[in-house]
Design a protein around this ligand. Structure first.
Ligand SMILES: C[S@@+](CC[C@H](N)C(=O)[O-])C[C@H]1O[C@@H](n2cnc3c(N)ncnc32)[C@H](O)[C@@H]1O
Length: 203
């Protein structure tokens, strides 16, 4: 899969975009007591389906979808508003000063797997840098769909899959893990290939 995201969005070659929020996010939101509150950042939001699903709960004060692709954000902004959402064109690795330490929550889905593994430690630092101290990170990671010799999923799988061990190593020291589970609900072809992690920034 190309990682020239802007060109992909301009060409309409976006196999990752399913036209709907991530099923693991909807599954989590449907559980009693599960809510995003305060200011929520969704990095690598693409067309913003997850942003609007969180905004539609009405429980967050604001939901900011961040992406470096102007074409993706133009499409996101064309969608009917769901609540208190907005979109910001920015690079996660060069966050606007106003975003640093501002967010009560980060929700991440298919942004980590879009980042070159050489930059993953920087990705973890950037996400931590966007959160308030002790702020929670809800991440849905796309694990390596080929790890067990399985056929490729529809859409071809993530550009940079991750293993549970890599995730453990990368987040240790900066985030405390509160919970993790394989989501039951998934886009077709991703069943059993994702991992939900709830972390909290260490300090
Ligand atoms: C695989 S797509 C997933 C988009 C969306 N989460 C979805 O599931 O439809 C990865 C997204 O991350 C964005 N992205 C990649 N690197 C980024 C960076 N450094 N900062 C902000 N966004 C980035 C891309 O533009 C793209 O929209």
């Amino acid at each position: 899969m190309s990682t020239d995201w802007e060109s992909c969005y301009r060409a309409g070659e976006t196999p990752w975009d399913k036209g709907a929020p991530a099923p693991p996010l909807l599954e989590w939101l449907a559980q009693p007591g599960h809510r995003f509150e305060g200011a929520v950042l969704v990095p690598g939001c693409g067309l913003g389906h997850d942003v609007r699903a969180i905004a539609a709960t009405g429980q967050a004060r604001e939901v900011v979808g961040l992406d470096l692709s102007p074409a993706a954000l133009a499409l996101a902004r064309q969608q009917p508003p769901a609540g208190r959402e907005s979109y910001a064109e920015a690079d996660l690795f060069d966050l606007p000063p106003a975003f640093r330490g501002r967010f009560d929550w980060v929700f991440e889905h298919t942004c980590f797997c879009a980042i070159d593994p050489a930059r993953r430690a920087a990705d973890v630092r950037a996400v931590a840098g966007a959160l308030k101290p002790r702020g929670p990170l809800h991440a849905v990671f796309y694990l390596d769909p080929w790890a067990n010799g399985e056929p490729p999923p529809p859409g071809g799988g993530p550009p940079f899959p991750a293993s549970r061990e890599e995730i453990d190593d990368l987040f240790a020291g900066r985030f405390e893990r509160l919970d993790q589970a394989v989501p039951v609900r998934a886009y077709r072809g991703r069943e059993g290939r994702e991992l939900r992690c709830l972390f909290r920034r260490e300090s």
